[in-house]
Design a protein around this ligand. Structure first.
Ligand code: WTA
Length: 652
């Protein structure tokens, strides 16, 4: 095995896997022969109340319309359809709470009842087509029910990760003008119950003109929870008063399904907009083919949180559209101890496991002996998402968890792409550890240079040209805009290669020796910490929000465990400089947690006398990254004052 040259390794699927795979090489040929007919066929795996006649309208580029004259109900497709097909007794969710022994299995028929009740409740509370609902919840079945109920009545959900602060929640509620918030009294995290609802109260109380009329509160922990008369309602009490019958209305294919806020290159998060027909088509298609889902026999587990896009597409919409049985786990991998994920795999005989490289690297630290205490023989496919997976982690994943048998699919995609774009097909592709390999059938991507010329597949390895990863043809689950800001949508994604009309993903990539894609990570000011997207500007703005900070610069430095780690450099105002640096750093970390989330807390904060700037006043992040990673400085010729580094190094 070659450590330095993963490009020379090849892991083909076993003949048995290939023989039984959902997707064969023919899928590439079909898509190649007629791309739109191919997508029409994928869309027709769904139930359309009004069939579409037009596949794609790209005349309003970059605003696409997919299956534009068709109508469907997304929740009907994810739930009712399976019950009507006679699969009501199939388990949809094996929910596993964080406290051991706290578990509940929910069939598709039960899920249908719950979703119908919740849809009736939303209607009774005046939430309907086009309204926005913020969902701020832990990983409990009610979160899935709440999302599907919104979809059922045509309201857009905006799920806000329950680890985000009240301030972050407030900004998202305000931007979306959400009419309702659905939350829980609290959540279990690392063995303890922590309150969650007070965060909602804090978010709403800080708002001038509050758009929220009701807060629905699920009882999860039983902690004492203050309720505001006339505004707050207990979920169970409301659900008890409504019927479990609800007739779904069909909405246009382009009716918006949800907003999901994600970090961009500015301090203000963007509300990425996804719509119904195209999104569900690609979610279901990719889930079926990339994970080789056999709905009758597989037990699928995606370990993401519903607060992120992976939870939307590969816990809620893709798997449920395909009638899958899946595990939904509330807690962290180390609760109550490091055995938890492996116990859950064994308990439910999980066959397909989809996680992030940071989780795999955590398992590696715990050691293979621990893993080997468990029976993981049910696993037949492993997936990775969220950041580039290092070859070592990829090999470990396949070797230790997959017993050298299971295909490993490294799936590249983004909040904006809605669903997987570049990934192996597990029964077809000879995988290389660390490469997402090729665009899926129906998807087109290129790696290009500054001028948009396609790079050549590298003739040899190491040090070859890297370029920009672009998507040169529209795809069904593409974002349809940034909420309330069409200009920002065009500027962010479509301006870099405006002439060619390509979407620029923000990632750098290179071709490998067989023309496969190696994604190298973000080349804009977005950091990726344990698979979480955080913008440098967002953290900078939280830091300068502190009264003692004059200026701040934030960079992502390479970190062996979290992929990237946040490193901040701050200049203090004169009055704050008297305070001890240690206290100040402590306060600033707390400030970032308060403004954004504990996940955005910098690993390091350096108090420095000056920041490196160009003559035009731009902070030179590249140089700060060199400092943070302990490298020799790169080119400093454009620096206004080359001596600042002596001062920064001295402070570090
Ligand atoms: C990174 C998560 C390399 C990439 C679905 C992308 C990856 C960003 C991979 C999107 C992968 C995600 N290989 N990099 N397999 N998957 N990324 O929006 O930088 O949270 O642009 O979506 O994560 O992050 P997001």
């Amino acid at each position: 095995m070659s450590d330095e040259q993963p490009e020379l390794e090849s892991y083909p699927p076993s003949p048995e896997f290939a023989a039984n795979a959902n997707a064969t090489a023919a899928l590439y040929d079909e898509a190649e022969a007629d791309r739109l007919a191919f997508w029409a066929a994928q869309a027709n795996r769904l139930h359309w109340a009004t069939p579409f006649t037009e596949v794609l309208d790209w005349s309003g580029a970059p605003f696409a319309k997919w299956f534009g004259d068709g109508k469907l109900n997304v929740a009907y497709n994810c739930v009712d359809r399976h019950v009507e097909a006679g699969n009501g007794d199939r388990v949809a969710l094996h929910w596993e709470g964080e406290p051991v022994g706290d578990a509940r299995s929910i069939t598709y028929a039960e899920l249908k009842d719950e979703v119908c009740r919740a849809a009736n409740a939303l209607t009774d509370l005046g939430v309907g087509k086009g309204d926005r609902v913020a969902i701020y919840m832990p990983m409990i079945p009610e979160a899935v029910v709440a999302m599907l109920a919104c979809a059922r009545v045509g309201a857009l959900h905006s799920v806000v990760f329950a680890g985000y602060s009240a301030a972050a929640l407030r900004a998202r509620i305000e931007d979306a003008e959400a009419k309702m918030v659905i939350t829980s009294d609290g959540q279990y995290r690392r063995g303890a119950a922590a309150p969650l609802k007070p965060g909602v109260d804090e978010a709403l109380s800080g708002m001038g003109d509050c758009p929220v009329r009701n807060v629905l509160v699920v009882r999860r922990t039983g902690i004492d929870t203050p309720m505001t008369e006339g505004r707050d309602l207990w979920w169970d009490e409301v659900m008890n008063t409504v019927s479990n019958e609800h007739t779904p209305e069909a909405f246009e294919s382009e009716h918006p399904l949800f907003l999901l806020y994600t970090s961009g290159t500015t301090g203000k998060p963007k509300g990425v907009v996804h719509t119904s027909g195209g999104y569900l088509t690609q979610s279901a298609y990719t889930h079926f083919n990339v994970f080789d889902l056999k709905p009758e026999t597989d037990v699928y587990w995606c370990t993401a949180d519903i607060g992120w896009v992976t939870g939307h597409t590969y816990i809620v919409y893709g798997p449920l559209a395909n009638g899958a049985t899946q595990v939904l786990y509330e807690g962290t991998p180390a609760s109550p101890d490091e055995h938890r994920h492996f116990q859950v795999i064994d308990k439910y005989k999980v066959t397909i496991y989809y996680t992030a490289p940071t989780v795999i690297r955590t398992f590696m630290r715990w050691g293979r002996e621990l893993v080997r205490e468990h029976d993981l023989s049910s696993l037949r496919l492993l997936g990775s998402v969220g950041e580039p997976i290092n070859p070592e982690a990829w090999r470990w994943y396949r070797h230790v968890m997959g017993k050298d048998q299971t295909p490993v699919v490294d799936t590249w995609w983004q909040t904006e792409t809605g669903a997987i774009m570049i990934s192996p097909l597990p029964g077809v592709t000879d995988c290389k550890p660390g490469s997402a390999m090729r665009p899926l059938p129906g998807i087109s991507a290129k790696i290009v240079d500054d001028d948009g010329n396609e790079l050549q597949p590298a003739p040899e390895f190491g040090g070859e040209a890297t370029g920009y990863l672009v998507l040169d043809k529209p795809w069904p689950s593409m974002l349809r805009g940034v909420w309330g800001d069409p200009e920002r949508f065009k500027e962010t994604y479509w301006s870099r290669f405006a002439e060619q009309g390509w979407y620029f993903a923000g990632d750098g990539a290179r071709y490998g020796s067989d023309g496969e894609v190696w994604v190298l990570g973000r080349i804009d000011d977005v950091m990726n910490v344990s698979g979480h997207r955080i913008s440098t500007a967002e953290v900078e703005s939280a830091l300068v929000g502190h009264a003692g900070v004059a200026e701040a610069a934030v960079v992502g430095a390479t970190d062996a465990h979290t992929g990237q780690a946040i490193c901040a450099f701050v200049i203090l105002k004169e009055h704050a400089a008297a305070q001890s640096t240690e206290d100040m750093v402590h306060e600033l970390r707390a400030e970032v947690a308060r403004e954004i989330s504990p996940i955005a807390k910098p690993r390091e904060i350096h108090v420095v006398p000056e920041l490196p700037k160009t003559r035009s006043g731009k902070i030179m992040r590249r140089l700060l990254r060199d400092v943070a990673e302990g490298r020799e400085l790169g080119d400093t010729s454009t620096l206004l004052d080359p001596k600042v580094f002596e001062a920064i190094r001295a402070a570090k």
